[in-house]
Design a protein around this ligand. Structure first.
Ligand SMILES: *Cc1c(COP(=O)(O)O)cnc(C)c1O
Length: 379
C-alpha cells in the first residue's frame, strides 16, 4: 500500500462491538476476564490499550516498520531507548541536537555510567574517531534544529553495522512522509509525535518504531516497566491527525519553499537555512534521503543585531511567537533567547545560533498571507 492509504487505514478496524468506523477512545484501565488468563488480549492499560494499540500499529506501518510503541512524550521515548543500555556503554550523537535530548543524555543518564559523545555528524570521520568496542548506540537527528544540517542516514548505518551498534534516528522534523530511516538501515525510529504527526498542537506524545522483533520486545518490556505510556484520548487525537499527514506535509513543503525563496531575496536577510537550496552544504544528501524539504526554515539578519530579531518576532501577526513546531499554524521562534538560552553564548554561536537567528515552522495557511506577514515585520 502507498503512504496515504496506510496513513488512513493501517491499524484502524471498525469497532467490533458497534461498527464505529473511528477507533473508540477506550478510556479504561482494566479489562474483565472470563476466567483466570482468559482475556481478549488486553489485561491492563499500561501494558496495552486498544486505542493506543491501533495508533502503535498505524505509526509502525507509515514508518515501514513492524512494531510501534507510543509514550507520554518524545522524551519518554528517548528515555526508553537509553534504558536498553548498560553502564559503561557509549553513545555517539550529533553536536547539533534537540536541547531536551542533550539534557536527558547529560543530566539524567551520564550519572548511570553511560558515556555520550557529541560530534559533527555531517563529517563521517568525526563519528569514526569516537567508535570503539563500547559503542552501543548511534543517535542521529536529521534535519537538525535549528541549523537544518542534514546527516547521511545510510552512511551512518554502515558505520553502525560495522561496530554492532544500534542506530536510532529522531525523525521528528522530516516525518515518515518525507523520510523513512528504517529503509536506509536504521534500527529504531524515534518521534516527538507532539509535532507533525499530531499536527494540531494539541497533544504531547512520543513514539518508537522498529522492524526487529528482539528490539521491539525490549522496547515493550521497558515501556511497560517504566510506564510512560500514551493515554487513550491522546492516541485518538493522533490517529485523527495522521490521517491528513500527507496532505499537511505537501502544503508545509510547498509553503516552506515559497517562504524560503522570499527570505533569500529580501535585502535585510543574511543567511537562509533550508535544505532545499542547491547552495545548502548538505543539499545532495537531503535530495537523496528525503522526498521533500519540509516547512522548517531558519534565517539570520544583516548586521546580526539582537534587537532587530526581537522586533521581528514581536511584529508578526499571522505567525505566533512560540516554542514547538509542526502544527497547522505557523510559528516563529528566537533560538538564542528561547530554545537555546541555556547554552553559553560562545558555544551556541559556534554551532550557528547567533543573536539574529530566527526559526520558522511554516504552517499550512495561505502562503501569500505568511509572506505578507514576514514582509511587514521585516520592513
Ligand atoms: C520536541 C522534540 C523532541 C522532544 O519531544 P517532546 O514530545 O517535546 O518530549 C525531541 N526531538 C525533537 C527533534 C523535537 O523537536
Amino acid at each position: 500500500m502507498k503512504f496515504a492509504t496506510k496513513a488512513i487505514h493501517e491499524g484502524v478496524e471498525p469497532d467490533s462491538a458497534t461498527g464505529a468506523i473511528m477507533t473508540p477512545i477506550y478510556q479504561t484501565s482494566t479489562y474483565v476476564q472470563d476466567g483466570v488468563g482468559n482475556h481478549k488480549g488486553y489485561e491492563y492499560s499500561r501494558t496495552l490499550n486498544p486505542t493506543r494499540h491501533a495508533l502503535e500499529k498505524n505509526i509502525a506501518a507509515i514508518e515501514n516498520g513492524n512494531y510501534g510503541a507510543c509514550f507520554g512524550s518524545g522524551l519518554a521515548a528517548i528515555d526508553c531507548v537509553i534504558k536498553m543500555l548498560n553502564p559503561g556503554d557509549e553513545v555517539i550523537s550529533t553536536n547539533d541536537l534537540y536541547g531536551g535530548s542533550y539534557r536527558i543524555f547529560k543530566t539524567i543518564f551520564e550519572k548511570y555510567g553511560l558515556v555520550f559523545h557529541f560530534v559533527d555528524m555531517t563529517d563521517l570521520s568525526k563519528i569514526q574517531e569516537k567508535i570503539n568496542e563500547r559503542t552501543r548506540l548511534i543517535w542521529v537527528e536529521t534535519p537538525t534544529n535549528p541549523m537544518m544540517n542534514i546527516i547521511d542516514i545510510e552512511a551512518v548505518a554502515v558505520l553502525a553495522k560495522q561496530c554492532g551498534a544500534i542506530l536510532c534516528v529522531d525523525n521528528t522534523f522530516a516525518t515518515p512522509y518525507l523520510q523513512t530511516p528504517l529503509d536506509l538501515g536504521a534500527d529504531i525510529v524515534m518521534h516527538s509525535v507532539t509535532k507533525y504527526l499530531g499536527g494540531h498542537s494539541d497533544v504531547v506524545m512520543g513514539a518508537l518504531v522498529t522492524k526487529e522483533e528482539s528490539l521491539a520486545m525490549e522496547i515493550y518490556r521497558i515501556q511497560n516497566s517504566s510506564g510512560a505510556v500514551a493515554g487513550p484520548m491522546d492516541s485518538f487525537l493522533v490517529l485523527r491527525g495522521i490521517k491528513t499527514l500527507h496532505l499537511r506535509m505537501d502544503r508545509h513543503c510547498e509553503n516552506g519553499e515559497k517562504v524560503a525563496h522570499f527570505l533569500k531575496d529580501h535585502p535585510r536577510i543574511d543567511k537562509v537555512y533550508w535544505p532545499g537550496f542547491p547552495s545548502h552544504p548538505n543539499h545532495e544528501v537531503a535530495s537523496k534521503q528525503m522526498r521533500g524539504f519540509g516547512g522548517m526554515i531558519s534565517f539570520t539578519l544583516k548586521g546580526n543585531r539582537l534587537e532587530d530579531a526581537l522586533r521581528i518576532v514581536k511584529n508578526v501577526r499571522v505567525f505566533s511567537l512560540a516554542e514547538s513546531l509542526g502544527g497547522v499554524e505557523s510559528l516563529i521562534g528566537h533560538p538564542a533567547t528561547m530554545t537555546h538560552a541555556s547554552i553559553p553564548k560562545e558555544e551556541r554561536e559556534k554551532s550557528g545560533v547567533v543573536d539574529s537567528l530566527i526559526r520558522l515552522s511554516v504552517g499550512v495557511e495561505d502562503v501569500s498571507d505568511l509572506i505578507e506577514d514576514l514582509r511587514y515585520a521585516l520592513d
